[in-house]
Design a protein around this ligand. Structure first.
Ligand code: NAD
Length: 385
């Protein structure tokens, strides 16, 4: 714990609660980072390697993410130190919920993250006998299945459209390359196709595909639904390119939607797109971001472009005790509207302040949290600060 104590700063964490249960061997942690803007909300991660420091860092990311999308929830995250494939998973999840009964849902609402499923979220609700204890439960149990709507990819596509419109360009006819044809990448490709863009490259961990004349998006979505990552094997020999080259093809927009740090300085030097919209978390290294700025390539930062899941989770939070389910179209509309507005705000602010978009986004989120802390008397008032 000593390292975490050294990492406490003016923002948080406000509270770290470690729990254990001898009967099941459960060990868990809850980190409430900052609640100036609302009750702590963030996913629960189950992994045999999760650490208190990792959960604290993820809780801080949630503080900025909620503020960036301007929803009134606080940054929090929980971790369960266990194997998600354990046959004892249900007993472990129940023990975790029981031990945190004084925190959930008063100070923390659980949700999904790595290693946790809709079923596990339902178990937390069941154990605590409270529909407000978790979001992410299946629709059959009253949940809001926003993941199935492809909300994150939908928002990424809207960020592309908003950023192009800001440059006076149309998304219709724009040539787009997508790295990672998974939940985010495929949903982004689907929405961009609806908006009239042309998909010229896609990839999965199994390979990359390129066609300068445009790929048949509905056909590729069907292939993905049927074959998953192996869908790339359906490409013709001329369409196959070496893995990683999808980042470097001639296009207008590049969407990295797979892993982190895939765009380093060497890749950034070769990118031909004029706009990079980050679907994945942390796909661009800080050095690469600086190089892209000098090359006048616009980058829409990850926690602005891929915040659709957080925006939709806001609906699930509001619907916890309601008999009414939000309309899918209302969720998608809100994702589009907030993501578009944030994209333009961050790019305009970055330009006006002469900083990189990532810095502008972080400054914006910090300012919103700082204002809330001042209003709640947790920081010196604006006048005396
Ligand atoms: P996913 O597992 O559904 O899809 C990932 C895709 O990337 C798969 O097609 C996989 O084969 C591909 N891939 C992995 N490594 C690759 C490589 N080296 N080259 C090419 N393709 C590769 O995951 P996802 O949910 O779509 O998440 C993608 C990224 O977006 C992650 O960084 C995730 O943290 C981030 N993200 C996801 C969400 C969400 O709602 N799912 C929200 C915010 C951020």
């Amino acid at each position: 714990m000593r390292d975490l104590l050294q990492e406490i700063d003016e923002w948080g964490p406000e509270k770290v609660v470690c729990v254990s249960d001898a009967r099941t061997g459960m060990r868990g942690v809850l980190v409430i980072d900052n609640t100036a803007r609302g009750t702590g909300k963030g996913g629960t991660r189950m992994s045999p390697t999760v650490t208190v420091g990792e959960v604290a860092r993820l809780a801080r990311v949630m503080t900025w993410k909620w503020a960036a999308v301007d929803l009134f929830h606080g940054g929090a995250k929980a971790g369960i130190f266990a194997d998600p494939d354990s046959p004892d998973k249900e007993r472990i999840v129940r023990a975790f919920a029981r031990r945190l009964a004084d925190q959930i849902p008063a100070s923390y609402v659980a949700g999904l993250d790595m290693g946790m499923t809709e079923h596990d979220a339902a178990i937390i609700q069941d154990e605590l006998g409270d529909r407000g204890a978790a979001v992410g439960v299946p629709e059959s149990l009253g949940g809001v299945p926003y993941d199935q709507l492809g909300v994150t990819g939908h928002g990424v596509a809207e960020a592309v459209d908003a950023a192009l419109a800001r440059q006076g360009r149309s998304v219709a006819g724009a040539r787009v390359a997508v790295q990672g044809f998974g939940a985010v990448g495929a949903a982004a490709a689907k929405r961009l196709h609806e908006l009239g863009a042309q998909l010229v490259a896609l990839s999965t961990i199994d390979g990359s595909v390129h066609d300068p004349d445009g790929l048949d998006v509905p056909r590729w979505l069907d292939a993905r639904a049927e074959f998953g990552d192996a869908c790339v094997a359906k490409a013709s020999a001329q369409q196959r390119i070496p893995r990683g080259e999808e980042l470097l093809v001639d296009c207008d927009v590049l969407i990295p939607a797979a892993g982190q740090d895939v765009i380093d300085e060497a890749v950034a030097a070769g990118i031909r797109a004029g706009l990079v919209v980050e679907g994945a978390n942390l796909p661009t290294t800080p050095e690469a971001r600086r190089l892209l700025a000098t090359r006048e390539v616009t980058v829409v930062p990850d926690f602005i472009a891929n915040a659709g899941g957080a925006i939709a989770a806001g609906f699930a939070m509001d619907a916890r005790y309601s008999a009414f389910r939000p309309e899918p179209t209302a969720i998608l509309r809100a994702v589009a509207e907030r993501t578009r507005n944030n994209t333009v705000l961050v790019l305009d602010t970055a330009q006006a302040d002469g900083v990189l978009p990532h810095q502008a986004a972080l400054d914006l989120a910090k300012q919103r949290v700082r204002t809330a802390m001042q209003l709640r008397g947790r920081l010196p008032s604006i006048a005396t600060a």
